[in-house]
Design a protein around this ligand. Structure first.
Ligand code: TEU
Ligand code: CA
Length: 556
């Protein structure tokens, strides 16, 4: 595998609206990110992925962009972004922005011009169809609920496609003029000093045309987008063109947000000359999904988590580099999602960190994950901001759930869980701002915050620094980055054990239950590189792992 500049790095995702507020308006901003670069550098982070901070009406919290060449005033200015790029560069850090080009905002000039003249040049920037009485061109369901078709403003005889919110009209990638505009914007940012992009919802850009219905999977008579995407083909023409016209000439890093990729396409997507440098492994976060909705999901167990990780690692092998995560701005907090509630302790939070961080691929840390931020308790839908969760709440009500049952079923998966303000310290509003934040702080900020953990050598924050240091260690770093992933005692229930083999043989072991586990050792352990507990009972034949104990062993 050709070595790439980003292979040995650690990535940190910032959701700017909730990261750090420097002008006391209750909204995080770009100067706030610049102010925290030393905290991030000290954590061992190299690359920052910043969720959208472009002009937007915030119908989908910034993933609905109305100007691809500007910064939303709430976050700052283009000059603030330039200062952040320079400050990061001076620290040998890299910046990625979010590339959101499956759709734009309905307040983007392109869409406004399409509404003025649907038959003009900009009409073909979108998917606009004539309306024939009540029959829609297709019965696809928006990811946020309801049909993907909306009447075109000012033209009751026409309708436009939006696979997300109705304020996010899909851009027509079949139109070369649309693609040219997108490539121009990507290159404009890369020429400005950006190091790459995280690419939003990109699998949706290739629709299966002509439109057709798929079997309804809910009472609304609509069908999940997944059914159409399963059948769509030819996306490689667009993605290969985008790579060749933008990322490749800049040696830029690109990571695709790709759900339901076809196994046979893995090499095309992230292989040696893949469309992207990497793509996220969402196998664990989508485990237990139901086409009926969140209320019908099957909760994931630690054993399910292990199997999802192992299967993803075996699918990719050494074909490319996956990007590994336990949470992001769309997901619940990893420690609340993957660890049974009654077993949520400092040890189990550290174990989860080891298990995902040591997998082969690029580790992503989401803001607050490093201090073990947890889901928020929600009692009423009135407390919920996330449009996706609100939609899922109504889906549960329509399925016969009471309001209490519906909020209880949906809030564990709400995107708000990851979007409450970063908990910097125990002062009001967790040190995020002196003004009331746009979304309430998790009340547990007095117990879970970065300042307290900086002072505590046994904290999760300090433990994450040991993990990032191991990935950069002169002796073991190459094995952590490039080592072959080989399962160990895979059949042993609630044991997550795997080798990483290259210049050294590392054995990663995690006991994902309360009861102790005896584990036979495959050979001589030369050194314990990391242990999340103070205790260690091991002889030359076996190791006894305590409740939620994780170790990294250097083997002969
Ligand atoms: O998400 C794409 C997406 O399909 C999943 O996030 C999921 O369907 C959605 O979050 C509903 O739960 C990306 C962004 O990460 C997300 O924040 C945006 O809402 C979405 O695209 C539209 O831009
Ligand atoms: Ca602010």
């Amino acid at each position: 595998m050709t070595r790439k500049w980003w292979h040995d790095k650690v990535v940190y995702q910032i959701y700017p609206k909730s990261f750090y507020d420097t002008n006391q308006d209750g909204i995080g901003d770009i100067p706030g990110i610049t102010a925290k670069l030393d905290y991030l550098k000290d954590l061992g982070v190299d690359i920052l992925w910043i969720s959208p901070c472009y002009p937007s009406p915030f119908a989908d919290q910034g993933y609905d962009i109305s100007d691809y060449y500007q910064i939303h005033p709430a976050f700052g200015t283009l000059e603030d972004m330039d200062r952040l790029l320079a400050a990061a560069k001076s620290r040998d850090m890299y910046i990625l922005l979010d590339l959101v080009v499956n759709h734009c905002s309905d307040e983007h000039p392109w869409f406004e011009k399409a509404c003025q003249d649907p038959d003009g040049e900009y009409g073909n920037f979108f998917y606009i169809e004539d309306r024939q009485d009540e029959k829609l061109p297709c019965n696809w369901r928006s990811y946020f609920g309801g049909p993907v078709w909306e009447p075109l403003p000012g033209h009751p005889d026409k309708q436009y496609l939006h696979v997300f919110h109705k304020k996010q009209p899909d851009l027509n990638w079949e139109n070369p003029k649309v693609r040219e505009e997108i490539y121009k914007n990507i290159n404009w940012w890369l020429d400005r000093g950006l190091n790459g992009f995280r690419i939003d919802a990109i699998i949706n850009i290739k629709k299966c045309l002509p439109y057709r219905d798929y079997p309804a999977d809910q009472e609304d008579g609509l069908s999940s987008m997944d059914n159409m995407l399963e059948e769509a083909s030819g996306i490689g023409e667009f993605l290969g063109e985008m790579r060749d016209r933008t990322f490749k000439p800049h040696n830029a890093f690109s990571v695709g947000e790709v759900f339901h990729e076809k196994p046979e396409e893995l090499e095309d997507f992230i292989g040696e000359n893949g469309y992207f440098s990497s793509m996220f492994d969402f196998s664990a976060s989508t485990f237990g999904d139901s086409p009926k909705g969140w209320y019908d999901r099957t909760p994931i167990t630690p054993e399910d988590y292990k199997n999802c990780c192992f299967q993803a690692q075996e699918r990719i092998g050494d074909k490319g580099f996956l990007s590994n995560l336990i949470e992001n701005h769309d997901l619940p907090r990893g420690v609340s999602y993957y660890i049974p509630r009654e077993e949520l302790t400092l040890e189990s939070k550290k174990l989860l960190a080891v298990m995902y961080f040591m997998l082969r691929g690029l580790p992503f840390i989401y803001q607050g994950q490093e201090i073990g931020m947890e889901n928020i308790e929600v009692r009423s839908i009135d407390q919920v901001d996330d449009i996706s969760a609100v939609n899922q709440y109504h889906t549960a009500l329509n399925a016969g759930y009471s309001p209490e049952e519906a909020i209880g079923a949906v809030s564990p998966y709400s995107r708000d869980n990851a979007r409450t303000p970063m908990q910097w310290n125990a002062s009001p509003y967790a040190g995020f701002s002196t003004a009331r934040p746009w979304l309430d702080v998790n009340p547990n900020y007095t117990e879970i915050n970065a300042a307290a953990q900086e002072q505590d050598e046994n904290s999760l924050l300090r433990f994450y620094k040991k993990l990032t240091a191991l990935r950069k260690d002169p002796e073991y770093g190459n094995t952590v980055v490039y080592g072959e992933f080989i399962p160990y005692l895979r059949e042993q229930r609630n044991l997550m054990g795997y080798y990483r083999k290259y210049e050294h043989t590392l054995l990663v072991l995690g006991n994902m239950q309360t009861e102790c586990q005896n584990i036979p050792l495959p050979g001589v352990c030369k050194k314990v590189l990391l242990n999340n507990c103070h205790k260690l009972s091991m002889d030359h034949e076996k190791i006894t792992l305590e409740s939620w104990q994780a170790v990294i062993l250097l083997m002969e």
